[in-house]
Design a protein around this ligand. Structure first.
Ligand code: SF4
Length: 222
């Protein structure tokens, strides 16, 4: 029906597609194995390539996890830890005074009396949740801590104050978006995932949070 050269072309295109699919599958399996390795050991191998692999092949890797009946939230967890690991050196060199913390409003007590202001929700340290003591501690180090009322708030504060490093608390999705946003602004950032996500009364591993904000390199100015 078609001339020979067209048939030949179809054949070549078909071969290329199959080859590409096999290549994507092999790469996805390799990245999936690296994710499991990192999740189990806490170590990262070829971190930057691994992150590129996760970003590009996330859906295929999720499908592999689904077939193997492995919890795919591991991918998000390792993705956040990987980004933190890659940012670690630059982040640690920024003095506390030039770092910001963005805390989600859902981590507050459901009876929080704090008022909404143009600079976020202003905690008055009423003692109903642990945000008050965390704020006091972080500000004692030199940080500025904001309780985020909405999604555009972080961008607005970055533009207004130009922090040199950021710690963001949130669910995996928020952290992923936040770290990507910071990457676009060239700001080294660190994500601290919530233990229990949701819209209200979420939970945070406060020890992990304090560890994350305390880290400072000897080369940091202060
Ligand atoms: S400590 Fe702060 S954030 Fe927590 S409930 Fe009281 S005012 Fe709200």
């Amino acid at each position: 029906m078609f001339p020979d050269y067209i048939n030949q072309l179809f054949y070549l295109v078909g071969e290329a597609v199959v080859l590409l699919a096999v290549l994507v599958l092999i790469l996805s399996i390799i990245v999936a194995l690296l994710i499991l390795y990192s999740f189990k050991t806490g170590n990262f191998f070829a971190a930057r390539y691994m992150l590129i692999g996760i970003v590009l092949l996330e859906n295929v890797i999720k499908a592999i996890f689904w077939v193997l009946r492995v919890d795919d939230s591991i991918i998000d967890d390792v993705g956040v830890r990987l980004r933190n690991y890659i940012n670690n050196r630059k982040f640690s060199r920024v003095p506390y005074e030039e770092r910001f913390i963005f805390m989600p409003q859902c981590v507050r007590s459901t009876e929080c009396p704090a008022k909404l202001t143009p600079e976020g929700i202003k905690c008055i340290d009423c003692g109903r949740c642990r945000v008050g003591e965390a704020k006091k501690y972080a500000e004692g180090l030199g940080y500025r801590l904001f309780i985020v009322p909405g999604s555009s708030f972080i961008k607005r504060m970055i533009k207004k104050y130009q922090p040199q490093a950021i710690v963001g608390v949130g669910c995996h999705m928020e952290i992923k978006e936040g770290l990507d946003l910071c990457h676009r602004y060239g700001i080294p950032a660190r994500g601290v995932p919530l233990l229990k996500a949701g819209c209200v009364a979420t939970e945070l591993d406060w020890e992990q949070f304090y560890e994350a904000i305390k880290e400072k390199d000897a080369l940091a100015k202060k």
